[in-house]
Ligand binder design. Structure first.
Ligand code: FEO
Length: 398
């Protein structure tokens, strides 16, 4: 039986909160399993709080803090990341603990003042600086763009714990327990793909730099800002972040299409059936009017082959396809093989528009696009099958 339910290790406590109310993270990305905003309290001669939580949960947060330290004041507030899901309670913490010293880097303080008008006692750290709390010794690592420019990580030498900010995080609220060793972690793996691809996906190169910087540290626990505290599955978590930030993908195809009356969808079905006949097992089809873009993006990060299809709409792409392509382009995804198709009723534009999108990406086009007027004809079936065969061959040759 666990006596102290907030304790992670030594004198480090979990004081984060769960959000099962919000529908969309950043007002964009659905949260079917909720999300946690993690914060950590290091109880020592000096007390340090690492990050805060969404301001909506401040009462719960303060209650959790007081349950651990009672009326003792907090000496330091370490800000690893300033996005308001974590920084939202800074001014309230400052109000309740007016003598607190805020620890961050130059870019952190610019944002704290800009967002919250908070100034006062501060320690402005640079790479490798340390802070002694008594028994605990902390070192700070600057890790810009994982996920904002001010992002940094805090490493506790005493317990070998890494407070990693958004890195290694995932969607999904925590149900009862918060340490991987004590909970069923099944729901978090797909949510890690979705979290990474939606939120951090553009920043593969900064994530790689951070991973290299941290690679020599002995780590017994990863304490990120979202999702479980990782102790037993550190290797798997770091492996997923490494793979995603290198844009490495599985042999499989994601077919992304729009369709108003089902004709363009028939092209997608024909391509998928031929891919399967060619031995491709992992095929995921997304109708953009039904699948949320966050799930589509996760699959684009997961699979090597991408095939996009769109009807022509007002001499442009189908708007949902256009929106999806812009989300893919914004993430600078590398190393994908790409095929596409389009349809029109009286004047074709979809294929032309996807060609323009293609020219802005680093994707490799595996075949000529297929263009269809109005509905499937024998030559459309043949062309779709050829596109699928080219994709299957390209996948096998990689
Ligand atoms: Fe969880 Fe980039 O904030």
């Amino acid at each position: 039986m666990i006596k102290d339910k907030t304790l992670i290790k030594g004198k480090v406590h979990y004081v984060g909160v769960n959000d099962r109310t919000k529908h969309s993270f950043e007002n964009m990305w659905p949260l079917p399993y909720g999300v946690s905003y993690n914060s950590y309290l290091i109880e020592d001669e000096k007390i340090a709080l690492v990050d805060t939580v969404d301001a909506c949960y401040f009462d719960v947060f303060l209650h959790k803090i007081k349950n651990v330290i009672g009326e003792r004041p907090i000496d330091y507030l370490i800000i690893n990341h300033m996005e308001p899901d974590h920084s939202g309670s800074i001014s309230l913490i400052k109000h309740y603990y007016p003598n607190i010293t805020i620890v961050g880097n130059r870019k952190t303080f610019d944002m704290i003042e800009g967002f919250y008008g908070v100034t006062g006692e501060q320690i402005c750290i640079t790479e490798g600086d340390t802070l002694e709390l008594g028994y605990h010794k902390l070192t700070f690592y600057i890790t810009p763009m994982v996920h904002w420019p001010e992002t940094m990580m805090t490493y506790d030498h005493t317990e070998q714990m890494l407070f990693s900010g958004d890195a290694f995080g995932c969607f999904g609220a925590l149900h009862g327990g918060f340490i991987d060793a004590r909970i069923n972690t099944d729901i978090y793996w797909n949510e890690m793909y979705r979290y990474y691809s939606n939120i951090v996906g553009k920043y593969g190169s900064p994530v790689q730099k951070a991973l290299q910087k941290l690679s020599t540290l002995p780590i017994s626990a990863i304490c990120s800002t979202h999702g479980p505290v990782w102790t037993e599955q550190i290797e798997k978590v770091v492996g997923i972040y490494n793979q995603l930030s290198l844009y490495e993908a599985k042999e499989g195809v994601v077919i992304i299409y729009g369709s108003m009356y089902g004709n363009t969808e028939q092209m997608a079905e024909c391509i998928a059936a031929e891919l399967s006949a060619q031995g491709v097992k992992d095929i995921v089809m997304h109708n953009v009017s039904k699948s949320h873009s966050s799930f589509i993006l996760a699959d684009v990060f997961k699979y090597k082959g991408i095939i996009v299809g769109s009807p022509t709409y007002n001499n442009q792409l189908y708007p949902e396809v256009e929106s999806m392509l812009s989300k893919i382009a914004a993430r600078d995804i590398k190393g994908r093989i790409f095929g596409y198709f389009g349809s029109f009723c009286w004047a074709g534009a979809a294929v032309k528009r996807i060609t323009e999108f293609m020219e802005k990406t680093k994707f490799e086009v595996i075949a000529e696009p297929v263009e269809m007027k109005q509905s499937m004809k024998p030559d459309t079936f043949e062309a779709c099958e050829k596109l699928a065969q080219a994709m299957a061959n390209a996948l096998k040759s990689k």
